[in-house]
Design a protein around this ligand. Structure first.
Ligand SMILES: *[C@@H]1O[C@H](CO)[C@@H](O)[C@H](O)[C@H]1NC(C)=O
Ligand SMILES: *[C@@H]1O[C@H](CO)[C@@H](O)[C@H](O)[C@H]1NC(C)=O
Ligand SMILES: *[C@@H]1O[C@H](CO)[C@@H](O)[C@H](O)[C@H]1NC(C)=O
Ligand SMILES: CC(=O)N[C@H]1CO[C@H](CO)[C@@H](O)[C@@H]1O
Length: 518
């Protein structure tokens, strides 16, 4: 029998992508700090290694990290391929299928924990695409909770598209179609759908992976956790609740604490403050060559007026085509606006390889440096520090959810260039619902982008006293305030909605456990 005083135990199963692992670790930390529960995160050995490197500080030692046996060579993948960042797009589907083989070792882990603790963990929190985790939960007689590391609108769109394939039902000639769960007035353009999803007929390899996993998460979960705040995505949450038909706790966005406290500041204050989660997020790159120090970036930003610099990054996993890169550079030069650009080799080249000057216009970098117009940063930049700096005026982003939340929390509007996953739906939501975004393109790498479009969008957003830019900025500041309020606890102990949602979630799983154990 379990000791009545014994701490409850939660097992968390993140998907094998950096953008998922980090929010899982942040959620684990948050739940542990709120409840004192024992938390175990289980994933493949290399991803555990990555989490371990990312969590150097004291409270992360209280999170148990357990490696599940997994050898990518056994699944037709190159050696040591355990993360979406490590596979080319063509092999992503192989990695997705391989991830389902974690079910057996995961069940073994749960059985071991149950034997050791004398009772099953109070719940499993699994990534939405690990639908198989619901079967593990059932076998050890606990409940399964799905966690989406993305926003509500993007998640609702993504899962409803895979589940219902609505674009297959409307005639190809219709440019727009409706997505079940969303009101009919909210139409989606075909160009927003990724090529694999566009081609999906329910019997292709992508459908055969996604549909069963998502349906399990939908039909066999106790509830969902979503990495967003109630106040910032009303339409998205309405849709997500319609699609899941389950309780959805909005416990996010899970951001580094420094981003929640700081007002826009200059280098001195933002670089001196540090926190566990900040070092956690920065730490994820500790193994990588970082050619630029945060200090150097901040000093460069200090040279420029408030709100004048465009920050450009396509996330840790994506890049654009060679011709798009060339046009982006030309458009930037034409605009004359200051920028910091995180450059990576274009599509078709090794993402982690050396960046070659030939991918940019002749003498581009030298001219930009000389005019103090632009700074090129190879492969990785201190994104949090840049977004917190008062000189940063907009973020040209792939619209990954973590990047978008980091930016909006600081009141920095977005220029959208979505590339993969649910990013195009995030962009649509930010344009239509939040009014904080304009897009250069709707669908990443498949479209051509001209220097004129690049310049005109940058001008629209960055022009001093420009009407559109000011409106976007105002909306972004408002969203930033809502995010901070949701994550704040005031002196009287009144909790913002996301902190309250964590409490509500904990109460729900505790009372479910009580009735199970009676
Ligand atoms: C993975 O499997 C391959 C082929 O069977 C083997 O050579 C390799 O040593 C294994 N790797 C690990 C880490 O066990
Ligand atoms: C689905 O695909 C498999 C192989 O890819 C094929 O054998 C099967 O007939 C297909 N089923 C349907 C209903 O199209
Ligand atoms: C941030 O700025 C706002 C308004 O400018 C101010 O009310 C607030 O106290 C500041 N917060 C901190 C932590 O300095
Ligand atoms: C597969 C499975 O066991 N799913 C369970 C997940 O949790 C809900 C709510 O407790 C159960 O009703 C499901 O049976």
């Amino acid at each position: 029998m379990a000791d009545a005083q014994q701490q409850e135990h939660i097992v968390m199963l993140p998907f094998m992508a950096h953008g998922h692992l980090i929010p899982f670790l942040a959620l684990a930390t948050q739940i542990h700090q709120t409840t004192g529960f024992t938390i175990t995160i289980a994933t493949t050995p290399l991803n555990i290694h990555y989490l371990r490197r990312s969590s150097t500080t004291a409270n992360h030692r209280q999170i148990r990290l357990v490696a599940l046996p997994f050898n990518s060579s056994d699944h037709g993948l190159p050696p040591n391929t355990e993360n979406t960042e490590a596979v080319p797009l063509s092999q992503l589907i192989t990695l997705l299928y391989a991830s389902t083989t974690l079910e057996a070792p995961c069940h073994q882990l749960l059985a071991d924990i149950t034997a050791k603790d004398g009772r099953p963990p109070i719940c499993i929190i699994s990534d939405v695409v690990h639908g198989w985790a619901t079967r593990v939960a059932q076998k050890v007689q606990t409940v399964n909770v799905s966690f989406t590391t993305c926003g509500a609108y993007g998640t609702a769109t993504y899962i409803s598209l895979w589940k219902n394939l609505p674009h297959r039902r409307s005639p190809e000639t219709d440019e727009y179609f409706s997505v079940p769960g969303f009101p009919n007035s909210c139409r989606f353009h075909r160009s927003r759908i990724h090529q694999f999803l566009r081609a999906a007929d329910g019997n292709d390899s992508w459908s055969r992976y996604f549909r069963p996993q998502i349906v399990l998460s939908l039909e066999s979960s106790f509830g969902w956790l979503c990495n967003t705040a109630e106040e910032i995505e009303p339409l998205g949450l309405e849709a997500l609740r319609k699609v899941t038909k389950l309780p959805v706790w909005t416990i996010g966005p899970l951001l580094p604490p420094t981003m929640l406290k700081l007002n826009h500041s200059s280098s001195s204050s933002s670089s001196s403050s540090s926190s566990n989660l900040k070092s956690l997020i920065l730490g994820q790159h500790s193994g990588k060559e970082c050619e630029i120090s945060p200090k150097k970036c901040l000093e460069w930003l200090d040279l420029h007026p408030q709100g004048s610099v465009l920050y450009i990054s396509f996330g840790s996993q994506n890049t654009i085509s060679a011709s798009q890169m060339m046009e982006l550079a030309k458009g930037l030069e034409d605009s004359g606006k200051p920028f910091i650009w995180v450059v990576r080799p274009p599509i078709g080249f090794d993402l982690k390889g050396e960046f070659k000057a030939e991918w940019l216009p002749d003498g581009f970098e030298e001219r930009m440096v000389e005019r103090k117009q632009g700074m090129l940063v190879r492969s990785w930049a201190p994104q949090l520090e840049i977004l917190c700096h008062k000189s940063t005026g907009a973020f040209l982003s792939h619209c990954g959810w973590n990047s978008v939340m980091e930016s909006l929390s600081q009141g920095v509007p977005i220029i959208g260039w979505p590339l993969a996953a649910e990013q195009a739906y995030n962009a649509k939501m930010m344009v239509e619902e939040m009014g904080v975004c304009v897009e250069i393109t709707r669908r990443g790498i498949e479209t051509s982008v001209g220097r004129e479009e690049v310049k005109s969008v940058i001008d629209l957003v960055m022009e001093e006293n420009g009407k559109k830019g000011q409106e976007m900025k105002k909306n972004a500041v408002k969203i930033g305030e809502l995010i901070k309020a949701a994550l704040r606890e005031d002196e009287k102990g009144h909790k913002g909605s996301s902190l309250q949602a964590i409490d509500d979630f904990i109460s729900a799983i505790v009372s479910a456990a009580e009735s199970r154990r009676q």
